[in-house]
Design a protein around this ligand. Structure first.
Ligand SMILES: NC(=O)c1ccc[n+]([C@@H]2O[C@H](COP(=O)([O-])OP(=O)(O)OC[C@H]3O[C@@H](n4cnc5c(N)ncnc54)[C@H](O)[C@@H]3O)[C@@H](O)[C@H]2O)c1
Length: 337
């Protein structure tokens, strides 16, 4: 099988896609071509002659791109991530293209990062780091609070959300509450209790952490109305997908002082900026620039997944997924609409 890998990162730059895939690919029948450019309507034509297209979180795989890929004879889309919001699964199905993903490459990577992000905005590590390096040892403005006894609301108690709740409940002795459409039987074991509604969770939480997928029903679930339902001074963390939050409404809640602090590993229009060096370029997205300007917003560039263990699991699972598809064998990671 010939596989074209879009948005792959150069070997040598860091332990990233190309290294981890080359280390894991011991299947002689899988031939991989790595491209650094993303998949979209301008680049899909490069997949001519390939059986499979391998993509990441910000590649665009909408109906137009899928139709183009189908005409070129591409049969498989292999997502090397858990979320699949960037693929039009209905279009893929109607075109006979099978989609596979890596549903659980390392929930620990993201959950531990989310907890780190909570700690960062609460205890202000990022500010201390720069301040101390400049020889300023003042503690002004670094006042935090204990997580013990604080109410932390987890939205989405799947693999990552449940683990985040477990770490906070068991490790920090926080009062962890959760909201999900489906209740996870393991939650009670970790001392996590469900609220009946999202509004109830938002009204009770000192800190809210988002862990549900981006779906039509979850897009902008954090908006002007739901932000107003949060406690005044509450903290918000998003390590899931940027479009769970209406950025304009978030900026409004920050400007009014309604939110105490925000941690974001994802941003709704991140594809224009993330995974690239923009340090000598102008930011034309005013909402993005505004977010970066707040003293109480801490942002990272979709980094939560990036651990040695996660990269290895992503590469191994993606290669296994493609090998199973190539051999017409059942694959548990097929993702359908
Ligand atoms: N920042 C990163 O690097 C990174 C890495 C991996 C995953 N993610 C994101 O994290 C998300 C969660 O991953 P996961 O492995 O825990 O997924 P999962 O499928 O195991 O769990 C998602 C949970 O969200 C719940 N949910 C769905 N709709 C909901 C709604 N309207 N309200 C409340 N809950 C709802 C589901 O019932 C499920 O329990 C992924 O979809 C992905 O977008 C981010």
């Amino acid at each position: 099988m010939k596989i074209i890998v879009y948005s792959s990162k150069k070997a040598g730059s860091t332990i990233y896609d190309i290294n981890s895939f080359n280390e894991c690919n011991n299947k002689p029948d899988l031939e991989l071509l790595f491209l650094e450019i993303p998949l979209d309507h301008t680049t899909f034509a490069l997949a001519a002659g390939y059986d499979a297209v391998c993509i990441f979180v910000n590649d665009i795989c909408n109906a137009e791109v899928l139709e183009g890929l189908a005409k070129l004879g591409v049969k498989y889309i292999a997502l090397r991530c858990a979320g699949y919001n960037n693929v039009d699964l209905f279009a893929a199905k109607s075109l006979g293209i099978q989609v596979v993903r890596v549903p659980a490459y390392s929930p620990e990577a993201v959950a531990e990062f989310a907890v780190g992000m909570i700690m960062t905005i609460v205890r202000k590590y990022h500010k201390s780091y720069t301040r101390v390096r400049e020889g300023n040892f003042l503690l002004d403005g670094l006042l935090g609070f204990n997580l013990k006894g604080k109410t932390i609301g987890i939205i989405g108690t799947g693999r990552i959300g449940l683990l985040t709740g477990k770490i906070l409940s068991r490790g920090f002795e926080s009062n962890v509450i959760a909201y999900d459409l489906y209740h996870n039987a393991q939650a009670a074991e970790y001392g996590i209790t469900y609220t009946h509604t999202l509004e109830e969770l938002l009204g009770k939480s000192d800190i809210v952490s988002l862990h549900c997928p981006l779906l039509p029903g979850t897009r902008y679930m954090i908006n002007e109305k739901t932000l107003a339902q949060m406690k005044k001074g509450a903290y918000l963390v998003n390590t899931s997908r940027g479009s769970l939050i209406d950025t304009t409404a978030l900026i409004g809640a920050l400007k009014s002082g309604h939110l105490g602090a925000v941690g974001l590993d994802v941003y709704e229009k991140e594809s224009a900026y993330f995974f690239a060096d923009g340090s000598s370029k102008i930011i034309y997205d005013d909402n993005f620039a505004r977010l970066l300007s707040f003293y109480n917003v801490f942002m990272t560039g979709h980094q939560a997944f990036l651990t040695v263990e996660a990269l290895k699991n992503i590469a191994e699972t993606t290669i296994d997924n493609l090998e199973l598809l190539a051999n017409n064998q059942p694959c548990a990671n097929i993702t359908e609409a």
